[in-house]
Every structure is written in C-alpha cells, then in structure tokens.
Design a protein around this ligand. Structure first.
Ligand code: PRP
Ligand code: URA
Length: 206
C-alpha cells in the first residue's frame, strides 16, 4: 500500500524544506517537524490492547499501544527523522543501517548495520527522507527481513514513481508512507523536483 499524506501542515513545511535557500539549520528543524507530523498521521492504526488503570477517581478501562516500535534510519539522511518521531514515541528503539549510493551505478553500498533484537515481534519503521530508485530502501528492508522483521513500514518524505515501483515489486507487503510523490528521477538518479541531496543539506556537507 502507498499512502501519500496530504495534510496541509506537512505540505506547507515540505514546501519550505524544498526551497533552495533553506539552510542547514532550518532544513534540520523542518525535517524534524515533518517527521513528527508524519508519525502522528501513521500511528493511528497501531495495535492496541485493553488495560485497566487507576485514575485519582477510580478504575478506568482504556487502551494502550501493545507492540514495540523500532525505528531504523538509513544513514545518513534518515537520522534527521529520528528525533521528531521519538518525541512522540519515546519508548521506540532505534537501529541503524548505513548505506550510500554508488554515484555511477546508483546501487546501494552497505557499510553498517546495528539493529535491536526481537524485530519479529516489533513494528519496524524504516526512515529515509528520499525514496529515489528505491535501491537503498529495498536493500535495507531485505536485510531487516533476514534479521526477522515481519511488520515493516517504509516512511519517507519525498518519493519518485521509480522507487515506489521497485518497492512494490520487491517488497509488496511493506506499506509506504510519503509526504509527496514527485514526478520522476533525473539522469543522475535525483528526484525531480525533489529537494536535492538530503544528506548534504541536513549535515551541511556541500
Ligand atoms: C540518499 C537518501 C537515500 C538514497 C535514496 O542517500 O538518503 O538513502 O540516497 O536513493 P535510492 O532510492 O536511489 O537508493 P545517499 O546515498 O546520498 O547517502 P547519504 O545519506 O549518506 O548522503
Ligand atoms: N538522494 C537524495 O538525497 N536526493 C535525491 O533526490 C535522490 C537520492
């Protein structure tokens, strides 16, 4: 399933994020805010269990989220999405997967992986602002499946049709959430209109 979140506040902040003149400080802040808003939008269907709590007035039958949430940012740019989500889900565990794209082939190159145990019982949210060819997200998710993850959701900010197609063919059981589905990739594999290189803009490396 592909869900493009059409919340006006998300779209407004994404517009600021896209602007060429948005510098590193504001880029980081906006990505943080957008990630929190996305987390709020996509957590509405998290499985709940019935619980009874004592309020100062007596017993209350209510619900709480039953499953552990694991966030997996794809380094580097995925790191910019962690804090915004963790502010809302502070008990979430965080694993890290390091991947970069070979500039010529655009194939993902893996360089790091450290993920929590018990992935099989958790809801795993893979975080990366950019879904371009889909190579990085697909490789990360293949690795997570090998580690036992079953309930996996891919959470990105801007996606290209090419990346969505790859994900749907290689991981049809993974739901994809985007703040925007853009037009296409250019000949260097960048999303158009997109927002440029998310990692460089987030960390000020260019
Ligand atoms: C970017 C982005 C994704 C990937 C998307 O990372 O953050 O991980 O490209 O492209 P794909 O869908 O074609 O795989 P990049 O490789 O630039 O690494 P960085 O975050 O370390 O800069
Ligand atoms: N990675 C980015 O950071 N931006 C793109 O447009 C494509 C891949």
């Amino acid at each position: 399933m592909l869900k493009v979140l059409e919340h006006h506040l998300i779209t407004h902040k994404l517009t600021q994020l896209r602007r060429r003149e948005t510098g590193t400080k504001d880029f980081r802040h906006l990505l943080d805010e957008i990630s929190g808003l996305i987390a709020y939008e996509i957590s509405g269907d998290l499985p709940m269990k019935e619980v009874e709590v004592e309020t100062p007035m007596g017993a209350c039958n209510t619900h709480e989220i039953v499953k552990e949430i694991v966030l997996i940012p794809i380094l580097r740019a995925g790191l910019g999405m962690v804090d915004g989500i963790r502010n809302l889900i502070p008990t979430a565990k965080v694993g890290h997967i390091g991947l970069y794209r070979n500039e010529k082939t655009l194939a993902p190159v893996a360089y790091y992986s450290k993920v929590p145990k018990n992935l099989a019982e958790s809801i795993v949210m893979v975080l990366d602002p950019m879904l371009a060819t889909g190579g990085s997200a697909s490789a990360a998710i293949s690795g997570l499946k090998e580690e036992g993850a079953i309930d996996i959701r891919l959470v990105c900010v801007v996606g290209a049709p090419e990346g969505v197609k790859k994900m749907e063919s290689e991981h049809p059981n993974v739901d994809i959430y985007l703040a925007a589905l853009d037009e296409k990739l250019n000949d260097k594999g960048y999303i158009v209109p997109g927002l440029g290189d998310a990692g460089d803009r987030l960390f000020g490396t260019k």
